[in-house]
Design a protein around this ligand. Sequence first.
Ligand code: GRF
Length: 230
Amino acid sequence: MTLQIAVLASGTGSNVSAILDASEEGRLDARVRIILSNKSDAPVLEKARKRDIPVWSRSHRDFVSREEFDKAMLTVIRNAGADTVVLAGYTLLLSSMFIQAFPGRILNIHPSLLPSFPGVRGGGDALAYGARITGVTVHFVDEVMDNGPVIIQAAAPINSSDTLENLMPRIHSLEYRIYPQALQWLAQDRLRISGRRVTLLPDKRPHASSASQGQSLLGPWLVSPSLETF
Ligand code: GRF
């Protein structure tokens, strides 16, 4: 079923662009109904306006509490007709009340192989630590930061000569593939959560690409589960 997406974002919005591209090109069965930001100068808002996506932007500091801020967002999201919340570089933690309003329908992308390097600088922290493999994780959101059940991960090597400037574009290019893919699986109702584990059900449609035909290796990168359409 077509996902009706509300995006929460605080930054540049390159993942939002990848999701919008995938949906416009028919690879992702989703419609982005609204983009919400806690930062009125976030570049993602300009990207949204250029593509005629409605935006909502308020600072949480204008509300008496974070719960009140989240309540305001909930109202906006419901009025927009969204049933799925996509976090794409959203810098605030969500309240329990918000998370409970969308059970199994809030996803996040994080630029490391969780549970390693949670937090706001996942990519930089992996590099600074000296890790030789890092990557990207898409996961369901629970009440702990960067903690919910993992849907898909993609791994990328870190070379000894890497800097943040050349590592992050590699990380981002993985993000642009695995986030739309995870959302497409959600749209196809193929994700089942059991405790911490997420099972990807087979695609029952005729001519569906099976996981074994999908891409688990992208050059030096490993992706699990395998990509199907991205
Ligand atoms: C991405 O690296 C994502 O993994 C992290 O925040 C960044 C957002 O980038 N959660 P963008 O705003 O989508 O360009």
